[in-house]
Design a protein around this ligand. Structure first.
Ligand SMILES: C[S@@+](CC[C@H](N)C(=O)[O-])C[C@H]1O[C@@H](n2cnc3c(N)ncnc32)[C@H](O)[C@@H]1O
Ligand SMILES: *[C@@H]1O[C@H](CO)[C@@H](O)[C@H](O)[C@H]1NC(C)=O
Ligand SMILES: *[C@@H]1O[C@H](CO)[C@@H](O)[C@H](O)[C@H]1NC(C)=O
Ligand SMILES: *[C@@H]1O[C@H](CO)[C@@H](O)[C@H](O)[C@H]1NC(C)=O
Length: 759
C-alpha cells in the first residue's frame, strides 16, 4: 500500500518540487538581509533545493555513501548554522532522554547518524560528557560530516568520544551494551532502517533508553490497532494536505517522512514517551520526539501487571471464598492481548511510576470532555471527611479524583490509608493529579508552592521535560506539554483560571466589579477578626450580591450553574424552588463560621485566584510536603505510592475490583446526577456493595437534605445515617454547598449457607 502511494506521487514530484523550490529560493534571496549569514543560507538552499534537481537528471549514485557525500560535501562547513532552525526539538529530545536514564554515571551512548557532532556538544550542557559518560560513539556514513565532528571533539579535548565512519546497520562498538542510543534526524535518511533499528535493539542495555527525534507523518489509519502502544496521540495525525506536501518536499533531499519508520521503532521497542510537534513559523512541518526501551523490560513489567491487576492480589482479603473470584483488570487484559499479537505492552507498562492505571484512551467515553478538566480545584472539605470517617492505615479508600486535592489530603494524614483509588472518567482530571504526584516526587517545596499555591511558575516546560517527565505517563506528559506553559504562565491568570471552575472565579470577579465591591472583597480576604469579617459582609457585600438582578441573570441560570459549578439539571432540581435562597443559605453561614483569610482556602481561592501559605490544602503546607515527598519508611509504603489513578466510570471500577477490597468509598454528590426513575443508582449501589468489606462505609454528599437514593441503599442492606444536615443559618463544612452528608455502612450479612451447613 505504502509503496504504491509513494510510486504514484513520484510522478508529480518534480513539477511540484521545481516550482516550490524556485519560489523558496527567490523568497530567501529577497527576504534575507545582506549580511554574513546570507552566504550560508544560500549554500544551504543550493545544496538542498537546487542541486538535487540536477542530480535527478544526472547519473544515479551506486552507494548510499556516495549519495550522502554528494549532498553534504559542499555544505558540511555550514551544516550546524543552517540546521539550528530547521531541525527542531533536538535539545528537548536530549534532555528528555537524559531525564529517563536511570544511570547517573559511566553511560555508554551511541549517536546514530550523528553528523557533525552538534548533539554531543549540546548534551554536554545537559550532562557532562567528560564526567557522566564512559564512552560516546558518533556513527555516521558521511566522511565530510565526520571530519567536522572530529575537529569539534578534538577542540573540546574529549578523549571518551569516538567518531566512527560506518553504516548505521552494521557498526560495532567496544562496549557490550549501550545505555543510550539516539537517532537525531537520521532515521528518516537511512534506507536500511529496519536493520538499523534491529541492530540498535540488540545493542541496547535492558535498562537503557533509545531516543529519536525526526520529521515524520502519520494518518489516523496508521495508528488503529496499536494505539495503546503509542503513549497518546495528541497531534499525532497530520492533515492530508500537509502530510503529503511535506513528504514529497523532503523526498527530494532523500529524507523520508513516511509513517513506517516510526512504526517500526514503536514495534521493536516499548514506548516510554512520545510527543508530536510542529512549528507554525516553519510551515507546520510535523516532527516527533520519542523515547523507548527494551520491550521485555521484565522485572518492572511483572511488578506493574501485578499492581495494576485490579485491586492487586496483595490487597484482596485473604478469604477462601473470594480468592478465586479476582476479576482481571483492563490493563491486564490489554497486556495479554498485546502479548498474543507480539506487540509491545501498552505504553503505561514502561513507566517508572505505578500510579496511573491503564485505560483504553481511544474509547469515545473519554472524549466527551473536549480535552479539558472541569475542576481545577476540589470543592469538598477533606477535614470533615476525616472528622466523620477517621481514616487509618487499615483503610482502602476509593474517591473521585476531581482535582486531586482531597486524594492528596488523605494521603498526607499521619495514619494515611494504605491504598487510595482515585477515580475519574475525565482523563484530564487524572492528568492534573498525575502532575501533582510527579511534582512531589521531583520538585522542591518552593516549586510546588509556586505551581499549585500561586498557580504559576517561570520555567514550566523546562521542569516538565527535565524533572517531571520520568514520573508521568506519556499521555499526561503530552497533555501538559501542550497546555502547561499557558496554564502556569507567570504573567497569566494561573492554574486556577483553567477548567470550567474558572467561570466561577471570573464571574465572582466580574460581579464584584459591577457592584463596586472589589475592594470590600479584597478586605474580606484580609480580615483579622470575625467581627471585622461580619461587618464587611453585612454592610457592603451582602446587599450587593443578593440583588435580584444578579440572581436572575447568573445564579438562577441553569447554564451558569452547569458551566461554573458543574451542577447538572437533576441536581439543580434537588435544591428546591429558590436557587437564590440556596445560595444565601450557603454563603452566609460561611461568613459566620470562620475567617476566610485564615481558615477557608476554598472561598479564599475563589475570591483571590490563589492560596496563601497559611490558608491552603494540607498537602501544600511545608508539613504536607514533608509527608508527601518522604521516601519509604520501613515496612510502610510512602504516601505517594499508595495512590492509584483510574480513568473510568465508578461503575466500571467497582465491577473490576475484587470483592470486599474497599473499606471506604467517597462518592461525593455523584448520585445526585442520576435519574430517580432510572435503575442506574440501584445498579451502582449493588456493585459498590460487592467490593465493600463488611462494615465498609460510603460517604456521600447531596444537594438535598434527604436524597431519594438513601432508601435504595437501605433496601440493599446498608445502615444509613446523616453525618450532617444543613439547617438554616448553619454550615456543615467550610464549603457548605451541600445540604447533607451521609454515611451508609454495609452491615454484616447473615452467613446463611455456612450456618445451614453447620446445622
Ligand atoms: C539530517 S542529518 C542529522 C545529523 C545530526 N544527527 C543532527 O541532528 O544534526 C542525517 C545524518 O544521518 C547520516 N546517515 C544517513 N544514512 C546513514 C547510514 N546509513 N549510516 C549512518 N549514518 C547515516 C547522514 O550522514 C547525516 O549525517
Ligand atoms: C519555531 O521556530 C522558530 C525558529 O527557530 C523559533 O524561534 C520558535 O521559538 C519556534 N516556536 C516554537 C513554538 O517552538
Ligand atoms: C488496624 O488493624 C489491626 C489488625 O486488625 C488492629 O490491631 C488495629 O487496631 C487497627 N488500627 C486501627 C487504627 O484501626
Ligand atoms: C437566620 O438569620 C437571619 C438573619 O441573620 C435571622 O433573621 C433569622 O431569624 C435566622 N433564622 C434562624 C432559624 O435562626
Amino acid at each position: 500500500m505504502e509503496g504504491e502511494i509513494i510510486l504514484e506521487q513520484r510522478f508529480d514530484t518534480s513539477k511540484l518540487y521545481i516550482i516550490t523550490s524556485l519560489s523558496v529560493i527567490c523568497a530567501i534571496v529577497v527576504v534575507a538581509k545582506i549580511n554574513e549569514e546570507v552566504r550560508s543560507v544560500l549554500v544551504f538552499a543550493w545544496a538542498c533545493f537546487v542541486k538535487p534537481l540536477f542530480d535527478k537528471f544526472g547519473s544515479r549514485s551506486s552507494s548510499q555513501q556516495q549519495v550522502l557525500e554528494k549532498f553534504y560535501k559542499n555544505q558540511a562547513h555550514v551544516y550546524d548554522k543552517t540546521r539550528e532552525v530547521l531541525l527542531q526539538g533536538r535539545i528537548e529530545a536530549l534532555k528528555l532522554a537524559a531525564a529517563h536514564l536511570n544511570k547517573k554515571k559511566d553511560i555508554v551512548w551511541v549517536d546514530v547518524g550523528g553528523g557533525t557532532g552538534y548533539n554531543i556538544e549540546c548534551m554536554d550542557r545537559v550532562k557532562s560528557i567528560s564526567k557522566s559518560f564512559k564512552a560516546v560513539y558518533l556513527v555516521d556514513l558521511s566522511p565530510s560530516l565526520c571530519e567536522v565532528a572530529r575537529k569539534r571533539f578534538a577542540a573540546k579535548k574529549w578523549n571518551n568520544v569516538h567518531v566512527m565512519l560506518a553504516d548505521a546497520c552494521s557498526f560495532e562498538i567496544k562496549d557490550a551494551k549501550a545505555d543510550l542510543i539516539t537517532f537525531s534526524y537520521s532515521l528518516s535518511m537511512i534506507p536500511t532502517y529496519h536493520s538499523t533499528i534491529d541492530h540498535a535493539s540488540s545493542l541496547l542495555d535492558s535498562q537503557g533508553v533509545v531516543a529519536c527525534v525526526d520529521f515524520g507523518v502519520q494518518s489516523a489509519d496508521t495508528i488503529i490497532g496499536r494505539v495503546n502502544t503509542l503513549g497518546g496521540y495528541v497531534n499525532l495525525c497530520t492533515p492530508w494536505l500537509l502530510r503529503n506536501f511535506w513528504r514529497i518536499w523532503f523526498e527530494a533531499d532523500k529524507v523520508h517522512l513516511e509513517p513506517s519508520r516510526r512504526q517500526y521503532l514503536e514495534y521493536r521497542f516499548g514506548t516510554i514517551k512520545s510527543l508530536n510537534m510542529f512549528n507554525n513559523t516553519l510551515g507546520r512541518i510535523p516532527y516527533y520526539i520519542w523515547i523507548g526501551c527494551d520491550k521485555r523490560k521484565s522485572d518492572e513489567l511483572i511488578h506493574r501487571i501485578n499492581s495494576l491487576a485490579t485491586e492487586s492480589p496483595y490487597l484482596s482479603p485473604a478469604d477462601e471464598e473470594t480468592k478465586f473470584k479476582i476479576p482481571l483488570s483492563k490493563g491486564h487484559e490489554a497486556a495479554l492481548s498485546n502479548m498474543q499479537k507480539r506487540l509491545p505492552y501498552p505504553s503505561i507498562y514502561y513507566q517508572r511510576e505505578v500510579w496511573r492505571v491503564y485505560y483504553d484512551e481511544i474509547q469515545p467515553q473519554y472524549h466527551q470532555f473536549a480535552d479539558q478538566y472541569i475542576y481545577a480545584f476540589t470543592w469538598e472539605d477533606p477535614r470533615e471527611d476525616n472528622n466523620i470517617l477517621r481514616f487509618s492505615s487499615n483503610d482502602t479508600v476509593l474517591a473521585i479524583t476531581s482535582a486531586g486535592d482531597n486524594i492528596l489530603s488523605y494521603a498526607t494524614l499521619p495514619d494515611a490509608p494504605k491504598r487510595i483509588h482515585a477515580v475519574d472518567l475525565n482523563p484530564c482530571q487524572n492528568h492534573l493529579l498525575e502532575l501533582k504526584l510527579a511534582a512531589f516526587r521531583s520538585l522542591t517545596y518552593l516549586q510546588i508552592w509556586s505551581m499549585f499555591g500561586e498557580g504559576r511558575i517561570n520555567n514550566f516546560k523546562e521542569l516538565l521535560i527535565t524533572k517531571l517527565s520520568p514520573h508521568m505517563s506519556s499521555q499526561a506528559f503530552q497533555y501538559w506539554m501542550t497546555k502547561g506553559e499557558k496554564t502556569f504562565n507567570p504573567n497569566g491568570n494561573g492554574l486556577y483560571d483553567t477548567g470550567s471552575t474558572r467561570w466561577a472565579l471570573r464571574l465572582a470577579k466580574y460581579i464584584f466589579k459591577f457592584f463596586g465591591i472589589t475592594n470590600a472583597v479584597k478586605k474580606l480576604c484580609e480580615c483579622e477578626t470575625m467581627q471585622e469579617q461580619k461587618n464587611l459582609w453585612e454592610k457592603h457585600i451582602k446587599p450587593a450580591l443578593f440583588n435580584p438582578f444578579v440572581s436572575a441573570a447568573f445564579i438562577g441560570n441553569p447554564i451558569f450553574l452547569w458551566k461554573a459549578l458543574g451542577v447538572p439539571a437533576n441536581q439543580a432540581a434537588l435544591m428546591g424552588t429558590s436557587v437564590l435562597k440556596y445560595v444565601i443559605d450557603t454563603l452566609e453561614p460561611i461568613i459566620y463560621r470562620s475567617l476566610i483569610s485564615k481558615d477557608n482556602y476554598f472561598y479564599y481561592l475563589t475570591l483571590t485566584g490563589r492560596y496563601s501559605y497559611d490558608n491552603c490544602p494540607d498537602y501544600l503546607t511545608q508539613k504536607g510536603y514533608g509527608a508527601m515527598s518522604s521516601k519509604s519508611k520501613p515496612r510502610k509504603e510512602p504516601p505517594l505510592d499508595r495512590i492509584r489513578l483510574h480513568t473510568d466510570t465508578l461503575m466500571d471500577v467497582f465491577n473490576r475490583l475484587s470483592s470486599k477490597a474497599l473499606t471506604i468509598a467517597i462518592i461525593m454528590d455523584h448520585m445526585d446526577w442520576f435519574d430517580p426513575k432510572g435503575q442506574d443508582a440501584v445498579a451502582e449501589i449493588q456493585a459498590l456493595k460487592k467490593c465493600l468489606a463488611p462494615g465498609g462505609r460510603v460517604l456521600l454528599r447531596s444537594a438535598s437534605t434527604h436524597p431519594w437514593y438513601i432508601g435504595k441503599f437501605e433496601s440493599e442492606g446498608f445502615l444509613c445515617q446523616p453525618a450532617a444536615v444543613r439547617e438554616e443559618n448553619q454550615s456543615i463544612d467550610r464549603i457548605n454547598m451541600y445540604a447533607s452528608t451521609w454515611v451508609c455502612t454495609k452491615m454484616d450479612e447473615p452467613r446463611r449457607r455456612i450456618s445451614s451447613l453447620k446445622i
